[in-house]
Write a protein of this length. Structure first.
Lengths: 110, 127
């Protein structure tokens, strides 16, 4: 069960924007609008930031936004802040009532 | 508020089994499915499978099918994850996470995202 592909690390200065990609196949990312993104700080449980590709749960900053094109989904963090430094994982529904996570991306605020 | 509280850390020997619990509060337990996700030290999240809390139907990842069993006790609003024939590669933090779905005409529909998550349970497999 192969994972979705994410860059290992992305960095940016405070105030800048960064984008994290998440590449899958037509059986998961490309076939359904069921991509979600999770933020995980060290030693903590993941927290949902985006669901169904573009939707933000209540309480999540509007600096976080999601999009998708073909088999690749993306998470953009604008106005980067120190508190955004964390690991980020994408997740997608996969045909057959299965789910898959991405390889994870470490975000560093310079 | 909606909360998932998991059981405490476990240390097991190779070949043994482990059972992790996940007690839900703040919502109607049988109205949502529950996922299980694990994370080996320094590694990515790995989806293990899910259980429909109302009828007990399960779906397991291909990698773990045959070694993992999900159950639930609706009277206690608690979900359980049982993993057998433990090996060192099973050392990980195990999380439960509520599915965000709904019922429509008696059929459960997942919205395909996980919220909230339990605090995690560290399972260490070591001889």
């Amino acid at each position: 069960q192969s994972a979705l592909t994410q860059p290992a690390s992305v960095s940016g200065s405070p105030g800048q924007s960064i984008t994290i990609s998440c590449t899958g196949t037509s059986s998961d990312v490309g076939g359904y609008n069921y991509v979600s993104w999770y933020q995980q700080h060290p030693g903590k449980a993941p927290k949902v930031m985006i669901y169904e590709v573009t939707n933000r749960p209540s309480g999540v900053s509007n600096r976080f936004s999601g999009s998708k094109s073909g088999n690749t989904a993306s998470l953009t963090i604008s106005g980067l802040q120190a508190e955004d430094e964390a690991d980020y994982y994408c997740s997608s529904y996969r045909s057959g009532n299965l789910y898959v996570f991405g390889t994870g991306t470490e975000v560093t605020v310079l | 508020q909606v909360q998932l509280v998991q059981s405490g850390a476990e240390v097991k020997k190779p070949g043994a089994s482990v059972k992790v619990s996940c007690k839900a509060s703040g919502y109607t337990f049988t109205s949502y499915a529950m996922h299980w996700v694990r994370q080996a030290p320094g590694q990515r999240l790995e989806w293990m499978g899910w259980i429909n809390a109302a009828n007990g139907n399960t779906k397991y990842s291909q990698k773990l099918e045959g070694r993992v069993t999900f159950t639930r006790d609706t009277s206690a609003s608690t979900a359980y994850m049982d993993l057998s024939s433990l090996r060192s590669e099973d050392t990980a933090v195990y999380y439960c996470a509520r599915d965000r779905g709904y019922y429509d005409s008696g059929t459960y529909h997942s919205n395909n995202w996980f919220d909230p998550w339990g605090q995690g349970t560290l399972v260490t497999v070591s001889s």
